[in-house]
Design a protein around this ligand. Structure first.
Ligand SMILES: Nc1ncnc2c1ncn2[C@@H]1O[C@H](COP(=O)(O)OP(=O)(O)O)[C@@H](O)[C@H]1O
Ligand SMILES: [Mg+2]
Length: 261
């Protein structure tokens, strides 16, 4: 059974899609079967795997509205063991359309349940908002990765997101947990960076990943080649940091030993 992990932060440009693409690819390299679900109308996860949006017949939008099943809209990527449910700008209207529908917050969850046995990890790349699409992702997920850029307003946004996760936990998904807070685009030369890291660690001592993602130009170049950075330049600092994050996550989700008599 797959562990379902949402990558969420209502702020844009903090490294959500970069994290989803590289983590999925790194775990795929290790022999894990991975599904990525793009739940952002910008479709950065989709293009990050080199998938041409114009070529797509069906997307996550069709599955959310119930016109297609999730397995109908899964396509393979060129990267080992990684499949994707793509998104295009169609998804922009979904938030409003979902309001009218039954079980509007659990539509993605229902769909994921039908494929959960086929994968080891399912990552959901969330949009930069606390909209119904993000609520759908949180309802469907076992855990959440929160990428955080070390800047002045980061903490404010973080407490808002944590409140939303608590609400979802209370109302819809009692087992949801925070997988970890991930510091991204880290620049150790900046004083503010250290302050933010220390402050977050003080509030969430057990919830920050040991791995820190540095600011690295290779990570920002890779999407224009339609490749995860862990393939584009596997020796770069950026790629190596995502490899070590993959190790950390794999260690958190070791398959349970089945006790023999
Ligand atoms: N660690 C990093 N170093 C340098 N650039 C990065 C890093 N992480 C992400 N980027 C770049 O920053 C931009 C925003 O990242 P992205 O992952 O798309 O954020 P989000 O999905 O949260 O909006 C993208 O252009 C991406 O390539
Ligand atoms: Mg994104």
């Amino acid at each position: 059974m797959a562990v379902v992990i949402a990558v969420a932060n209502q702020k844009g440009g903090v490294g959500k899609s970069t994290t989803a693409v590289n983590l999925a690819a790194a775990l795929g390299k290790r022999g894990k079967k991975v599904l990525c679900i793009d739940s952002d109308a910008q479709g950065n996860l989709t293009s990050g795997f080199g998938i041409k949006k114009k070529s797509l017949e069906f997307t996550v939008y069709d599955a959310l509205l119930g016109r297609k099943t999730l397995s109908d809209v899964i396509i393979p990527t060129d990267f080992k063991n990684v499949s994707i449910v793509p998104a295009t700008s169609d998804l922009a209207g979904a938030d409003i359309e979902l309001i009218e529908l039954e079980n509007r917050q659990s539509r993605l969850k229902m769909q994921i349940l039908t494929v959960k046995a086929d994968f080891d990890y399912i990552f959901i790349d969330c949009p930069p908002s606390l909209s119904l699409l993000t609520v759908n992702a949180l309802c469907a997920s076992d855990t959440v990765i929160i990428p955080l850029q070390c800047e002045f307003h980061a903490l404010e946004g973080l407490s808002q997101l944590v409140e939303s996760i608590k609400l979802v936990k209370l109302r819809f998904n009692p087992n949801i947990d925070i997988e970890g807070i991930l510091f991204t685009m880290y620049d150790g030369r900046l004083q503010l960076t250290h302050q933010v890291v220390n402050e977050v660690k003080k509030h969430f001592p057990t919830k920050t990943f040991e791995t820190i993602i540095p600011r690295n130009v290779r990570l920002s170049e890779a999407p224009s080649y339609g490749m995860p950075c862990v393939y584009y330049d596997k020796n770069s600092k950026g790629a190596q940091s995502y490899e070590s994050l993959a190790d950390e996550i794999a260690a958190n989700h070791k398959p349970r030993k089945i006790l023999s008599a």
